[in-house]
Design a protein around this ligand. Structure first.
Ligand code: ZN
Length: 155
């Protein structure tokens, strides 16, 4: 029986090989935001259309490592039809999951209490990336890029 790590690897590879919501929307009316991770050479370009502060559609173009591109694909699938507030909340939870290694682990606390629940579905497949700190920026690139785009619009 495949373990959880194998399942996570499968999910990441599936998104890398078959990226969701690939392409570019016409700007305007869509908005464009681009991000670059110089540590790894990953690039993402996001175009998205908002309607009453809801992501009506978001498309991705990018190139780079499997983690960055799989994460962008997962992000694109996760944000379609969500409100800006929901997207911001999801981004906050995703980044919390990606930064958990940075929080000091208190040996007095039972291991289960360190196991935060993120309720992120497929996105949790990227949880293993925290073991490789150099790759965390790959995983968070598309999310930070979208946040920058939302901040620029002041929504
Ligand atoms: Zn990368």
């Amino acid at each position: 029986m495949p373990g959880l790590e194998d399942l996570y690897k499968e999910i990441i590879l599936d998104h890398y090989r078959n990226p969701r919501h690939r392409g570019e929307l016409a700007c305007p009316p869509a908005h464009k935001t681009e991000g670059f991770n110089p540590l790894c050479g990953d690039e993402v370009s996001l175009t998205f259309e908002l309607q009453s502060n809801v992501v009506r559609e978001l498309l991705v173009i990018g190139q780079g490592c499997s983690i960055s591109q799989a994460s962008a694909s997962m992000m694109s699938a996760a944000v379609q039809g969500k409100s800006v507030a929901e997207v911001r909340d999801l981004t906050r939870r995703f980044k919390a999951m990606m930064s958990i290694h940075e929080t000091s682990i208190d040996p007095q606390v039972a291991p289960s209490e360190h196991e935060a629940t993120f309720e992120l579905g497929d996105l949790e497949a990227l949880k293993g990336v925290v073991k490789f700190p150099v790759r965390i920026k790959c995983a968070t690139l598309s999310w930070n890029t979208l946040l920058t785009g939302l901040d620029d619009l002041q929504v």
